[in-house]
Write a protein that binds this ligand. Sequence first.
Ligand SMILES: NC(=[NH2+])NCCC[C@H](N)C(=O)O
Length: 370
Amino acid sequence: MNMHASMGAAIAADCPVNSHNEWDPLEEIIVGRLEGSTIPSDHPVVTCNIPGMAARAQSLAAGFRFPKFMIEPAQQELDGFVALLESLGVTVTRPDAVNHKAKFSTPHWSSRGFCNSCPRDSMLVFGDEILETPMAWPCRYFETHSYRPILKDYFKRGARWTSAPKPQLTDELFDPDFTLPEKGEPLRYILTEFEPVFDAADFFRCGRDIFVTRSNVTNAMGIDWLRRHLGEGYRIHEIKSRCPNPMHIDTTILPLGPGRLLINPEYIDPDELPDILKKWDILVAPEPDPINDRILAITSMCGKWLSMNILMIDEKRVIVDPHHTNMMRQMEKWGYEPIPCSFLHYAAFGGAFHCATLDVRRRGTLESYF
Ligand SMILES: NC(=[NH2+])NCCC[C@H](N)C(=O)O
C-alpha cells in the first residue's frame, strides 16, 4: 500500500462519517424523531406524492399537529426500533426535538414545517462526506436544521459537511397543469427544470456506483448537479421506474449486497435496468401482506410496497416488519437472517426502517462492485 492509500485508510477509520453502500457492517445510524411533527402543507408537490385518501385528510388538517392516536403507537414502535439497534451494538444518534409547527418564510412563500421522521430523505452520505439535499417540499425546507448539532459534531470530528444550493421553490419549479398519469399513460413529473432539486432517498449507493430514480422530488438538473459535485470517482446511473407517483427509491429497488438487488416487480422491469446491473441477481420482492387495519390504511403516507423498506445490519442480517410474513420467509429462503421489528404505524409519518434512518458509518472502504 502506498503512503497515500494508507493515510486515506487511517482517516476513514477515524472519521465518524464513513459509509459507501447499503450493506457493510453497520456501526452508527441516525434515527428520526416524531416529537413536534406537524401535518404537511397541501402544496401540490406534497399531495401528488401521498396516497389519495391520506392526501385529502391531511389537506384539511395541514399545519396542525398530528393527533395523539397516530403519534403514540408510532412512538412506541420507534422506541422499540432504537432499542433493537442498540442491542445489536449499533450506535444510535438522534436529532433534536424541534417545533415543526413554527411558521417560516422566504421572500416568495411561507410554510410551516413537517417532521424529522425520515433522515434518509434530507442527507446523503458518500464516504466521509455528509451532504444536505435541496428538497422540493416547501414544508421540509429547514428540516436539516434539526440535525445541525449532529452535523456540527461530525464536522468537528473530521467529516466533510456540504450542502447543495438551497432551492428557491418558487412557482416556476412546479408544473401548474400537472396531474398524475393514468394507467397506460407515459410517466410525467410535477417538477420543471427551473433549478436543481433532489431528495437523498431517490438514490442508493453501491461504492463508486450510485443509482437514482427521477421522481416528483428529484429532477434531471438535480441529478446532474450531484453528478458534477461527486466528480470522476463516482458514476451515477438512472433507473427507470414505472411507479406513477414516484418519490424515493426505497420502495422500488434496493441492493442487499454486492451482486444482489431486491426489486419491486410492479415498478421495475428487469430488462430496463441499466446494463451494469444486468449481471446482478434479481430478487423479486414478494407480494406485500395486506394491511387490514382501517386506520393504518387511511393514515399511511406510503404505498403497500413499504414491505420492502428494510434495513441491512450487515450482509446477512436485515430488519423486517413481522407483519410482512411473505417478506420474512422470502428473506430466509434467500439466505438472510430477518430480524423482526413492528413498525407499521410509522408509515403515517412517511416510511419504515430505511426511511427512518441514515447509516452514517459502516465498516468498509470505497470499492467498485462492477
Ligand atoms: N425514504 C422514504 N421516505 N421513503 C418512502 C417511500 C414512499 C414511497 N413514495 C411509497 O409510497 O411507497
